[in-house]
Design a protein around this ligand. Structure first.
Ligand SMILES: *Cc1c(COP(=O)(O)O)cnc(C)c1O
Length: 417
């Protein structure tokens, strides 16, 4: 599918007057429409809830929008819990899916009434010691081995640090019941960025079957199954995007085949999507500063890997549009680079694009999730602003850009800056 930015050159030029580039821009209308579609896809399940993975786009305004669309939050750290609380998402509207969890994080999660999703069998004793065992609790399952769909290896759970083994789930449920837990959930995250409508249904089958077994083995009251994240998006134009309606229908089929006949038809389905909820509805807007002609043709922009590190760390593809040249022929081959003193600071390598001139504005697509949030301060680069394109076409600053003062803030005890 041809990738079209959600802003025009004229809009970008207007925005640039208020917010210097680079900045991350989010499309409120599209975020809301997608969230509604997710809800509709799972409307067959009475207890369905999407717990947005805060780490994907940790911004209170974004969380507020999703809250208005009926979402909760999936938190994995102390500060993510605080952000969720700040926008009024508390109690069972928070899923706390952490790993290698510090004691104070469990204490805060318990204080907020969040549903805790334990990553490990040994966390049962740890949680009891630091914060007590709640009545409702979830355990994360890792079946090990390879996760395959139609012989394609999607991911390697056996190499992943997360979750209980199958045997530990049984022992864990029994142990938690002895310690007073009454209601249970099961969670698993077996593959990341899956662009295949079969992922959730296949995962659901594994979890549903496991739930039936666990109920038989332990008598536990299983009230929800959490399919977690991992539903991907089409970063490249040649990929067919996931169809959330087909995904919801696939999970329903598994539900009716496995859970309903086992008398477990009132189980709630939860999801913890991050990427699918936000990635396509954000972009990084950046201006061309330099062009360089050496052994290759380079375009240097004012954003760098500190604003979006997926290309640098995973070699991830992010589509690029040169605004105002949407229909020009892609007859120039460029490396599009940022200014870090790191040769992996390249948004694109050998990318065919229209002829680019200094001052052109580029849109780097699909940065709405795991974009800004992975940012860092290497080379003293400052984090950018985040801007919301609202439904009425106006814009709102939802995070200001960092200033040198922010960068130096942790030296505030030294009085030299
Ligand atoms: C990262 C993460 C998610 C979200 O993953 P996406 O790929 O962004 O959907 C959900 N749950 C847990 C536990 C995670 O670590």
């Amino acid at each position: 599918m041809k990738k079209i930015p959600f802003i025009t050159k004229e809009q970008a030029e207007e925005l640039k007057k208020q917010y210097p580039t680079p900045f991350h821009l989010y499309d409120e209308k599209a975020i809301r429409e997608n969230a509604r579609k997710v809800k509709e896809a799972f409307s067959w399940n009475k207890g369905f809830k999407e717990y947005f993975a805060v780490k994907a786009t940790p911004n209170p305004t974004i969380l507020q929008i999703l809250k208005e669309e009926g979402c909760g939050t999936d938190c994995s750290s102390y500060t993510e819990l605080l952000m969720s609380e700040a926008v009024g998402i508390t109690g069972s509207d928070i899923m706390f899916s952490s790993n290698v969890t510090p004691g104070e994080d469990f204490v805060l999660a318990r204080k907020l009434g969040a549903t805790i999703n334990l990553d490990d069998f040994t966390h049962i004793d740890f949680l009891e010691k630091v914060a007590g065992i709640p009545e409702t609790i979830s355990c994360r399952y890792n079946p090990g081995g390879l996760f395959q769909i139609n012989n394609d290896i999607m991911d390697t759970p056996g190499e992943a640090k997360y979750g209980f083994t199958r045997e530990q789930l049984t022992q864990g449920f029994k142990k938690l019941m002895e310690k007073g837990a009454k209601h249970f959930g099961i969670h698993a995250f077996l593959a990341s960025n899956t662009v295949a409508n079969e992922y959730y249904p296949k995962l659901a089958r594994i979890l549903f079957q496991t739930a039936v077994e666990l109920k038989k083995e332990t008598g536990a009251d299983i009230t929800f199954i959490n399919l977690s994240g991992g539903v991907g998006i089409a970063y490249t134009p040649d990929k067919e995007p996931n169809d959330i309606m087909a995904i919801g229908a696939g999970v329903k089929e598994a539900f009716e085949e496995i859970l309903v006949p086992a008398g477990m038809g009132d189980i709630a389905i939860f999801t913890e999507m991050g990427r699918f909820m936000l990635a396509p509805y954000g972009c990084l807007v950046t201006t061309v500063l330099h062009e360089k002609h050496t052994y290759k043709e380079y375009i240097g922009v004012d954003a760098c890997a500190a604003n979006l590190m997926r290309p640098a760390i995973y070699g991830a593809y992010h589509h690029i549009t040169v605004l105002g040249k949407e229909n020009a022929p892609c007859d120039h081959k460029y490396d599009v680079t940022g200014g870090l003193c790191e040769n992996n600071d390249k948004f694109a390598i050998d990318r065919m694009l229209p002829k680019i001139d200094i001052g052109d504005i580029l849109v780097i697509h699909d940065t709405g999730a795991h974009g800004f949030s992975m940012g860092y301060n290497y080379n003293g680069k400052l984090r950018s602003a985040e801007v919301l394109l609202k439904e009425d076409g106006t814009s709102q600053l939802i995070r200001r850009a960092e200033t040198p003062k922010d960068y130096f803030a942790t030296f505030d005890f030294m009085n030299i800056f």
